[in-house]
Ligand binder design. Sequence first.
Ligand SMILES: CCCCC/C=C/C(=O)SCCNC(=O)CCNC(=O)[C@H](O)C(C)(C)COP(=O)(O)OP(=O)(O)OC[C@H]1O[C@@H](n2cnc3c(N)ncnc32)[C@H](O)[C@@H]1OP(=O)(O)O
Ligand SMILES: NC(=O)C1=CN([C@@H]2O[C@H](COP(=O)(O)OP(=O)(O)OC[C@H]3O[C@@H](n4cnc5c(N)ncnc54)[C@H](OP(=O)(O)O)[C@@H]3O)[C@@H](O)[C@H]2O)C=CC1
Length: 319
Amino acid sequence: MSIYRSIFKKDLFKGQVILVTGGGTGIGRCIAHELAALGTTVVIAARKIEPLKTVQDEIQKLGGNCDTMLLNIRDAAMATQVIQDIVAKHGMLNGLVNNAGGQFMSPANQLTSKGFSTVVDLNLNGTFNMCKAAFDGYMGEHGGQIVTIVAETRNGIPRAMHTGAARAGIINMTKTLAIEWGPYNGIRINCVAPGLIISSGMKNYHETMVDLLAHSHWMNPTSRYGTESEVSAAVAFLLSPAASYINGVNLEVDGGSSLSKGNPEGDELMYNPEGSRHPVYVGWSEGVDNVHGIKHVDAPAKINELLRKYKAIGRSSKI
Ligand SMILES: CCCCC/C=C/C(=O)SCCNC(=O)CCNC(=O)[C@H](O)C(C)(C)COP(=O)(O)OP(=O)(O)OC[C@H]1O[C@@H](n2cnc3c(N)ncnc32)[C@H](O)[C@@H]1OP(=O)(O)O
Ligand SMILES: NC(=O)C1=CN([C@@H]2O[C@H](COP(=O)(O)OP(=O)(O)OC[C@H]3O[C@@H](n4cnc5c(N)ncnc54)[C@H](OP(=O)(O)O)[C@@H]3O)[C@@H](O)[C@H]2O)C=CC1
């Protein structure tokens, strides 16, 4: 049972239709589960159908409503078509979660023009395509809520300059859209910037990177990484009426890791080497992990082991 369900009424989003891009894996899958647990008819869309069908099956087995659609967010015509199909089939589109995105790691001096364009096209142009299609196809007339997953951009991102530039672009685009689309169309649009999150996304990392992540606490004031549910809870909040006066913000869900990038007085000021004292929020999977064979998180094994340890933090305390 989702802890969020006990904070909000379990039918918080009942009757609403919300599209989650990249909803077949990782953070997007978790967002889809959270929203479905709160009564949403959730539409998940991405390029590969199998992961989408698996998540649809999981949600339906748990009693939720889920539809799937094929989508490449880089293709503006396809974005328009998917929004039209959702409105034709479900009659409305109350929310859009732009979660699809990603990058590869490369030092800036080895990055080709094509590589830079590819990552900007996916993240920045892709998010624009989805926002514009949602506006033109439904929200411009009826209003709605949009949340985009970005990344920490308070500082530079060594070896990921392309994604940093694209995500910073999304954050500024969001501010402008909040101003232009808020007054006349009743649209709220915000961003969520996750820090390092234990998710299937980490399967894209090189093994040496996974090893490094598994053995460091990565200079975070909470001394741990984040969970998919901690990102999803922020998304659900921003989509909800509880956030009805929040517009154009970027909410960092990073445990405070972006606040400081080093301390000359020593690492002990940055994190607790003994381990975290911050219990995790595990969300929708609480109580349903392994029910119907549903797995909570699909991260690399060494990282999943960390999550297992995190779940034991402060077990006696109420979270
Ligand atoms: C690093 C901290 C960031 C903040 C924390 C964020 C964490 C996460 O996001 S978790 C992971 C989320 N998931 C992913 O990132 C998905 C994995 N990535 C990809 O699928 C791809 O890298 C892609 C989506 C960014 C691009 O895919 P695609 O459109 O299929 O592009 P191509 O493979 O055809 O490549 C086009 C072009 O890009 C250059 N390039 C691609 N990969 C690399 C590489 N590993 N190193 C250097 N350059 C690369 C290259 O120029 C490619 O063109 P060609 O040379 O003609 O192949
Ligand atoms: N995990 C982390 O630590 C962090 C993640 N993020 C961001 O959070 C989001 C989710 O990441 P995470 O779940 O970890 O990683 P995943 O790689 O599991 O998720 C990425 C999702 O995006 C979809 N996707 C990629 N390209 C496209 C496209 N062109 N059109 C439609 N869908 C697409 C993929 O599905 P398919 O391949 O089937 O299209 C996949 O489901 C991403 O934007 C990521 O960059 C940000 C900061 C930290």
